[in-house]
Design a protein around this ligand. Structure first.
Ligand code: DGL
Length: 282
């Protein structure tokens, strides 16, 4: 099946960016409530993982990626469905492309800090996110008296990216359990998930953390923010319901990405051959 461009059926879309699969739970929640709005999910598999790169590298990657896309699409809004990208590149993207409303993702430190009774809050993310000063700024603002235990968990990110969301429960638990135990030992009673990839293992996190550690995520907050932006957009244009998964990189589409696209009901395209629509479901 051939298209004139990957825009077919996704006029004035919302763009969602992540290094891989992490942003899909955000995309899914958005689509459940806004199925009439076109959407393109960009999985930057070519630069995965972001979490080991510097702030400057990540900003450069996303500016180049956005510049290429914005020559072909006129989005209503763009969402960084990735904490690492948000702490590293949100300001630079807003500055470079000021006419686009940009929505970022930050760890749910605010509700986690407000709910903590032990005044010890766990934050789990990538190395880049955990080391970023923004985490401490949020902590100071919403829990100045709380101790923040920040842990980087790049092994969970890789596990999920390689298909861990489909792994047997025992394997998921083997990945998540050491982090929960470290937080428990430190006395944390709340945990803010600070990497979108972890949302794919949310049930495992919740089960292992219960009953003494409450898990907080940013999905609802981010989706509401996008909905606010859309309501206030004065020129929404014609809305259609197309949804596309766009992969970066020249590698063929891996079977895993086909399965994911099929599960999420998405058409797959590759950024460097956007006219070819790959079949997600056999
Ligand atoms: N999903 C990304 C986040 O929320 C990070 C994954 C990566 O390291 O690329 O931080």
């Amino acid at each position: 099946m051939f298209h004139t461009d990957f825009l077919d059926g996704v006029d004035n879309p919302i763009l969602f960016f992540d290094s891989g699969i992490g942003g899909l739970p955000y995309f899914k929640r958005f689509r459940e409530r806004n199925s009439g709005v076109g959407a393109i999910y960009i999985a930057d598999r070519d630069h995965f993982p972001y979490g080991h790169k510097t702030r400057e590298e990540i900003a450069g990657i996303l500016i180049r990626l956005a510049a290429g896309l914005l020559q072909r699409v006129k989005p209503q809004a763009a969402v960084l469905a990735c904490n690492t990208a948000s702490v590293s590149a949100l300001d630079a993207l807003r500055e470079t492309f000021p006419s686009i409303p940009w929505v970022g993702t930050v760890p749910a430190i605010k509700p986690a800090a407000l709910a903590s009774e032990t005044r010890c809050v766990g934050v789990l993310g990538t190395d880049r996110t955990i080391e970023d000063s923004y985490i401490m700024e949020l902590a100071k603002k919403y829990g100045p008296d709380a101790k923040i235990v920040g842990l980087a968990a790049p092994d969970i990110v890789r596990f999920v990216e390689e298909g861990g969301e489909r792994a047997p429960e025992a394997e998921k638990e083997r990945m998540v359990s050491p982090y929960i135990e470290r937080l428990r030992t430190a006395g944390a009673d709340t945990l803010a998930l600070g990497c979108t990839h972890f949302l794919l293992l949310l049930d495992t996190f919740r089960r292992l953390a219960a009953p003494d550690i409450a898990v907080f995520d940013s999905v609802e907050g981010v989706v509401r923010r996008i909905e606010d932006v859309l309501e206030s957009a004065s020129n929404c244009g014609q809305r259609t319901a197309g949804a596309v998964l766009l992969l970066t990189g020249s590698a063929p589409v891996e079977p895993l990405w086909r399965k994911r696209a099929c599960a999420f009901g998405l058409d797959i395209r590759r950024l460097d051959s956007p006219h070819v629509s790959e079949k997600a479901c056999e």
